[in-house]
Design a protein around this ligand. Structure first.
Ligand SMILES: [Zn+2]
Length: 154
């Protein structure tokens, strides 16, 4: 498999930010298409706010499934290290943050309102992955229960 995007082309992130914290250096395994899209998202937020945002990757590579992800998680190395969880440090309204993330075209987007950073709630956090159209999904979590918006009748 060829992967033509290199870290040298990425302006706003470096590989370490994507590390599985149990395995320093593992950020190099990260799928570069996701990284490239996050780099582009940074630009979208900057264009929108006219301020340099900080996008903090809270979890990306899960090398050996040691972070509680399911077997089919795109975070896992065996599934290509193709997922990233992040928060955008910005005063942008969470709705607008979502709008900009959505615009980036990710096949899977999880929207989280229950994340904390330094013990403080963050207004919104995101999971993104490049799942194909037949698995296209948006979800959120409320009181620990996951709600999937697409494709399930109940
Ligand atoms: Zn995730």
């Amino acid at each position: 498999m060829t992967n033509s995007i290199t870290w040298e082309q990425i302006k706003h992130f470096d590989a370490r930010e994507f590390d599985d914290d149990l395995h320093p250096g593992s950020g190099e395994e990260m799928n570069m298409i996701i990284v490239f899209n996050l780099d582009y998202l940074w630009e979208r937020v900057f264009t929108f706010t006219k301020k340099r945002p900080k996008i903090i990757i809270t979890q990306a590579v899960d090398l050996y499934g040691e972070h509680g992800h399911s077997d089919n998680s795109y975070h896992l190395k065996e599934n290509g290290c193709r997922a990233a969880d992040f928060i955008i440090v910005t005063d942008l309204d969470p709705r607008v943050q979502y709008k900009l993330v959505e615009r980036q075209g990710f096949g899977g987007i999880g929207i989280y309102y229950d994340w904390k950073r330094y013990g403080k709630s963050v207004p919104i956090g995101f999971h993104v992955d490049p799942r194909p159209d037949e698995k296209y999904q948006r979800w959120t979590r409320r009181n620990g229960e996951y709600f999937y918006l697409i494709g399930r009748r109940s």
